[in-house]
Design a binder for this molecule. Structure first.
Ligand code: AP5
Ligand code: MG
Ligand code: ZN
Length: 214
């Protein structure tokens, strides 16, 4: 089953997607990760995306939809999880169209519910590996050696957009644009809500049940 995973900045989309990849062998498509890779590689797409990301605003829909379309072309028949896409009504409709063209569909759109008070602490404390993208947290999930990735030995740093003023814009952007997608997927009969404020392994076990069609 193909899945959309959505929720606020810091809701745990990346953390849960990594578990799904590891334990269920699905493919993760994270638009945030794809944009960060483009910035790192100094591509034209990266140049377009950076200004929006640094401010905590959304990259324009047309650019984002096209990027996802290009990834879907190369997927073959693997099941995928969309992490952080779609984030607007236009992206959701665009996704519907490109999937239909390829004879694919989304089975469930899973919303990770986390109270706003919890998000700020998760985002300000988050650290990520520059090399492999592994996600840490200074309090709840520290790297074994400070600043060094457990998986690959890469440098563990703070994301550029995890600064308090940018976080505020990201949360507002999310509330205005992405939260309304709950109704969109409810109308399609695909909406599932999970409690994202529990321990990560509890969230994963609930998520796994949904992904496996339970
Ligand atoms: P993106 O990278 O997707 O950022 P985001 O949506 O703000 O989400 P995050 O990655 O910050 O949070 P997450 O839910 O993945 O949480 P995580 O698992 O890391 O997008 C960045 C930017 O790119 C956007 O602002 C925009 O500019 C652009 N962009 C991306 N997609 C776009 C699109 N579709 N359209 C237009 N523009 C787009 O967890 C966070 C922290 O919490 C970690 O430290 C983790 O260890 C901790 N944590 C996780 N789960 C738990 C738990 N259960 N309990 C306690 N702590 C936990
Ligand atoms: Mg993420
Ligand atoms: Zn790493």
């Amino acid at each position: 089953m193909n899945i959309v995973l959505f929720g606020a900045p810091g809701a745990g989309k990346g953390t849960q997607s990594a578990l799904i990849v590891e334990k269920l062998g699905m493919v993760q498509i994270s638009t945030g990760d794809l944009f960060r890779a483009a910035i790192k590689n100094k591509t034209e797409l990266g140049k377009q995306a950076q200004a929006f990301m640094d401010k905590g605003e959304l990259v324009p829909d047309s650019v984002t939809i096209q990027m996802v379309d290009e990834v879907l072309v190369n997927l073959k028949s693997k099941s995928f999880i969309l992490d952080g896409f779609p984030r607007t009504q236009a992206q959701a409709e665009g996704l519907g169209k490109i999937l239909k063209q390829r004879g694919l569909e989304i089975g469930k759109a899973i919303f990770l519910e986390v109270p706003k008070e919890e998000l700020l602490g998760r985002l300000t404390g988050r650290r990520v590996c520059k090399a492999c993208g592994a996600v840490y947290h200074v309090q709840t999930k520290p790297a074994k050696v400070d600043g060094v990735c457990d998986n690959c030995g890469g440098e563990v740093v703070q994301r550029n957009d995890d600064k308090v003023d940018v976080i505020a814009t990201r949360l507002k952007t999310y509330e205005d644009n992405t939260l309304p997608l709950r109704s969109y997927y409810k109308e399609q009969g695909k909406y599932v809500e999970l409690n994202g404020a529990q321990d990560s392994d509890k969230v994963f076990s609930a998520l796994k049940t949904v992904v496996q069609g339970g």
